[in-house]
Write a protein that binds this ligand. Structure first.
Ligand code: GUN
Length: 294
């Protein structure tokens, strides 16, 4: 048996079309154009590629984008000043500082400097707190948000299901576990300290792989027949002398055993970008007291 592919690219494209219509409506009815500022410090090729993608999608859906590029030698104060300028700019609705930052910069201090009302990544303590208290006026981190949409496409009701999140990062693992339990799944948060991870994962109907290790989740981790696999990993490896993008799941082997699986690329990645655009439209509506059309 071969698993059905969850086509994140197609689902993201469909949702982005909906956002494009909302943005057009905001522009014509309210004279507001949602604007996303993306701050990139340094020139890491992976970060540069993510930022370019975000910029391209923003333009495709009619959103204004404001790229801010700083050299890898930028001091923490210079980065904070750039963030403060964007906080003060009423034309900017969303601010994203691409992570990771160079090692001489304290990322926590930078995240804390972003106005929570513009924190479309959902990384600020205020938004983390709002998420965990079930308050709907904050921002949910984009990747977990996208994963939940993918999951709901194949399983609208998670009640009674057991879900395991592998990886406990602030960006993905922790908010993901929170969203799954809010959706009535019974959740295990597994990590590098989990004993006999393969057996633990095999007890679950839903697997969210977010450990950042190429093809770490093998077929023997997977409950036969009805498991749903969401692969958050984006790992650049070399295979047969060529560069290749792989997830945290051994796709070839696991897709023989599971019911549904997301591919890499074309699974979670495009949904993260949708999440970011959706949060930016939400920020623009909130900034202008506009009730959001759905
Ligand atoms: N680096 C990798 N993923 C992310 C993300 O979701 N947001 C930001 N700001 N940086 C990232």
């Amino acid at each position: 048996m071969s698993a059905e592919i969850i086509n994140g690219r197609a689902i993201s494209d469909e949702l982005l079309m909906g956002l494009k219509a909302q943005i057009e409506n905001l522009r014509t009815q309210h004279h507001v154009t949602p604007c996303l500022a993306v701050v990139l410090v340094g020139e890491r090729p992976d970060s540069l590629s993510y930022v370019t993608n975000k910029d391209r999608v923003a333009q495709q859906i009619g959103m204004a984008s404001r790229p801010v590029k700083l050299p890898s030698t930028a001091t923490q104060d210079e980065i904070l000043r750039a963030v403060q300028e964007l906080n003060a700019d009423i034309k900017v609705h969303g601010i994203l500082v691409q992570m990771p930052l160079p090692s001489h910069v304290d990322a926590e201090t930078v995240m804390a400097a972003i106005d929570p009302a513009k924190d479309v990544d959902g990384f600020h303590d205020v938004n983390v707190g709002k998420l965990h208290k079930g308050k709907k006026d904050g921002f949910t981190p984009c990747t977990p948000m996208g994963c939940m949409v993918l999951l709901h496409r194949v399983l609208p009701n998670l009640k009674g299901k057991r879900a395991v999140v592998i990886g406990r990062s602030n960006i993905v693992g922790k908010p993901m576990a929170y969203l799954l339990q809010e959706a009535n799944a019974t959740v295990t948060l597994a990590h590098s300290g989990t004993h006999d991870l393969a057996s633990v994962v095999a007890e679950h109907d839903i697997v969210i792989a977010a450990i950042g290790k190429p093809e770490f989740v093998k077929a023997n981790f997977i409950k036969p027949k009805d498991a749903i696999i969401i692969d958050v990993g984006i790992n650049r490896i070399e295979r047969d002398g060529k560069p290749k993008l792989v997830g945290d799941v051994d796709f070839a082997a696991v897709s023989e055993k599971a019911a549904f699986i997301t591919p890499v690329p074309g699974g979670v990645g495009p949904m993260t970008i949708w999440g970011l655009m959706d949060n930016t439209v939400k920020a623009a509506c909130a900034a202008h007291n506009i009730t959001r059309a759905r």
